[in-house]
Ligand binder design. Sequence first.
Ligand SMILES: Cc1ncc(COP(=O)(O)O)c(C=O)c1O
Ligand SMILES: N[C@@H](CCSC[C@H](N)C(=O)O)C(=O)O
Length: 398
Amino acid sequence: MAGSDDTRPQYHIATELVHMDSDNVKDNYNAASVPIYQTATFKQTQADGTGGEYDYSRSGNPTRTAVEAHMAKIMRAERAFVVSTGMTALDVILRLVKSGQEIIAGDDLYGGTNRLLTYVSQYNGVKVHNVDTTQPEKVAERLDPVKTRLVLLESPTNPLIKIADIRTIASKVHEQCPAALVVVDNTMMSPLLQNTLELGADIEYHSGTKYLSGHHDLMAGVIGCKTAQVADQLYFVINSNGSGLGAFDSWLLLRGVKTLAIRMDKQQANAEQIAEFLEAQGLKVHYPGLKSHPQYELHRSLASGPGAVLSFETGDVGVSERIVESARLWGISVSFGCVNSLISMPCKMSHASIPAEIRKQRHLPEDLIRLCVGIEHVDDLVSDLANALRKAGITVKQ
Ligand SMILES: Cc1ncc(COP(=O)(O)O)c(C=O)c1O
Ligand SMILES: N[C@@H](CCSC[C@H](N)C(=O)O)C(=O)O
């Protein structure tokens, strides 16, 4: 880990989230909160343009450096970067892939990720294989020691909450394709619940728009790299295309991440109760905290909790629409990871950019409802959901 000090105690992640290493916060006045360096350029002392630690905010900014160093510590990364959105994080990573090379990705993945992968396959001469990542052998079948450059995983997947055995897949990839990189979108778990670099990934990225910030008041992406070599390549891209996060949003992200543990603990506890309530109604619920989840044990071996996003099927699109529109506390909205609870229909919202025939091929149910559980009182959330189910014609057992 960058800048690690062997004599420093290793604290629990909930503690690490709150405390910043003091050498990451250089400030003339000992400000308790990292200052927002809202500046495009920095004065130099030498005629050759040197003499200052920073020269231009596209290349580096002290507020951004502070949150990047903090995220590297939290993710146990050699180096971390913060960029303008989660999709920008993926876009920066995809610059590592050249024409003629191949990517292996899941067949259940965020709609925007699918859209960007489709773009690179159409315009950049990159072949993308979409496979069922719940089966490591399906990934292994597509590995090519010469062509495979990236293996891109989500676990749990968005929106069907399937689990990829990151550990097994990473070891197969590294064994068969030493030049390939394993990349994991860890947005749904956050670094609090799952550390994918320790599970074998080379790059972990997040939509910082979600749990890391927690309040839906900014867009951000976070990338953690296992090696300095990959980090140098990604920094070159970020400096070249100007995708680094601005100072104010860096500051907001840093403020948000400090409360990640307390938010996620509450959101997850609520989600567990809501998943049990829905399952008790006879609905098909996708949530790795339920023993009925086909990969319950696998998920427990990868992560320290099931998180706070779940989805369920009603068997009828009209019924699902009535449930979504009848909820009062659950806001109809895309995104997740915020303190307030959200309800959505992925096929009509977050995953609408995946063409209908591909959604069908990949068995993405049109009636699927996704719940992103917040920190409200769980009784209010259950009661609001029960009312919505009743309004949609479902008999509710309490
Ligand atoms: C799993 C996942 N990864 C990445 C993204 C992209 O993040 P952003 O919206 O910050 O670009 C999203 C949602 O947008 C997502 O759900
Ligand atoms: N209209 C947006 C939809 C964003 S979905 C955001 C989030 N990842 C989710 O899963 O809810 C788009 O076209 O990208």
